[in-house]
Design a protein around this ligand. Sequence first.
Ligand SMILES: NC(=O)C1=CN([C@@H]2O[C@H](COP(=O)(O)OP(=O)(O)OC[C@H]3O[C@@H](n4cnc5c(N)ncnc54)[C@H](OP(=O)(O)O)[C@@H]3O)[C@@H](O)[C@H]2O)C=CC1
Ligand SMILES: N[C@@H](CCC(=O)OP(=O)(O)O)C(=O)O
Length: 416
Amino acid sequence: MTSEVQQKGKLAKAASYILNIKTTCEKNEALSKIAEQLIIDQDYIIAENAKDLAKGEQQGMPASTLDRIMLNKERVEAMSSAIQLLVELNDPVGSLLERIEKDNGLLIEKRLVPIGVIGMIYEARPNVTVDAATLSLKTGNAVILRGSSSAKFSNIALVASIHRALSKTAIPVDAVQLIEDTNRETVKELFHLKEYLDVLIPRGGKALIDLVVNEATVPVLETGAGNCHIYVDHTADYVKAEKICINAKTQRPSVCNAAESLLIHPDWFKEHGKQLLSAMHQAGVTIIGDATVCQALDFAELATVEDYATEYLDLKISVKIVENVYEAIEHINKYGTNHSEAIITEDQLVADTFLNSVDAAAVYHNASTRFTDGFEFGYGAEIGISTQKLHARGPMGLPALTSTKYFIHGNGQIRE
Ligand SMILES: NC(=O)C1=CN([C@@H]2O[C@H](COP(=O)(O)OP(=O)(O)OC[C@H]3O[C@@H](n4cnc5c(N)ncnc54)[C@H](OP(=O)(O)O)[C@@H]3O)[C@@H](O)[C@H]2O)C=CC1
Ligand SMILES: N[C@@H](CCC(=O)OP(=O)(O)O)C(=O)O
């Protein structure tokens, strides 16, 4: 018997061949219809979402996880408006990257093309269902979605709404597939769906990413956990440091681009450490410090080596005193996850050393790590934040969902 994954993979592949010849106008019309349909269906979507929330509450899920799953009128409207923004963005498909005219008259053009079928395994956040589907459609790709079991009812409702919208357009309904069987074994089927999948994007914690990278035989675009640091150098401006550290830690502690660790120069710590960490503590942050920090502050708890490797995803931060920018870089390259790293300094040379030597997808000088986001970078949304180096790095918006193809135009040339 053919499995759900096999069946939906086959349908998505067939749809991808239809989709890749659709015009930008046809794709945009379909996106606008989806934006409208989500609003029409919002009561149904919110009612289905309530089933996920009730299940989560019964299982004793923390409030931060329930908040990630929760949909209300405002959030559905935000999803719909994000799609309208995507409509406005340039369609990269067809863009000419290179044009070579050979002496024999051959014209070689290198253009951006859809990847084909994208597989997505992702966390319990229903808006990712809509982001992934719409980014894929705009770039002429079909998508197979496998969201978390914790958001199952919400995802089924959202994809039903997307299908209702697509059925009124030139874009095939089969271009968006949702795997409804949330058994973890079905996830593994995607790892080997070579016949139908062109790329698999896992979006979630380290355990999921390691599993996919180690086991998948299909090409993988790796996203990753965010153990993000801020290094406060001895020339750092206090006002900037406080604003950035509090924003990076507290604005949305559960996301991958939130700061998890502070590294501070000893001279700066002597002068401003107490003021900064007290302000963070007052903002609700638990300070897990090294011996120097704990000696200076009675509210700090002592850090272990594990703390430096931990992505808390909570109102908690580890704090370590480092001798200089070189020790900061060494620490980050050892404990970081190649996601987003920041330095606060007024010294441009120190900043340049940090930005060039830290191995991460996004490096910041005097700004919050929270900006690593597709919308903030101008991509409308992101399908994930890549922490690998090949094909795409950082927030993956529309261009990251394309490949290239050579189009060669001749008039009878043969190779001598
Ligand atoms: N770089 C990026 O783009 C992003 C990174 N993140 C990172 O993700 C993490 C938070 O996500 P979290 O909620 O923990 O997500 P998880 O990693 O727990 O889950 C993500 C998805 O993978 C599935 N899954 C997890 N483990 C397995 C397994 N062993 N076998 C099969 N399927 C599996 C889950 O299914 P099910 O839930 O049904 O079990 C879910 O659909 C943080 O580390 C955060 O930094 C988050 C968003 C974006
Ligand atoms: N796009 C996000 C960051 C990445 C993300 O989606 O994180 P998560 O909430 O863990 O699923 C943002 O900063 O808004």
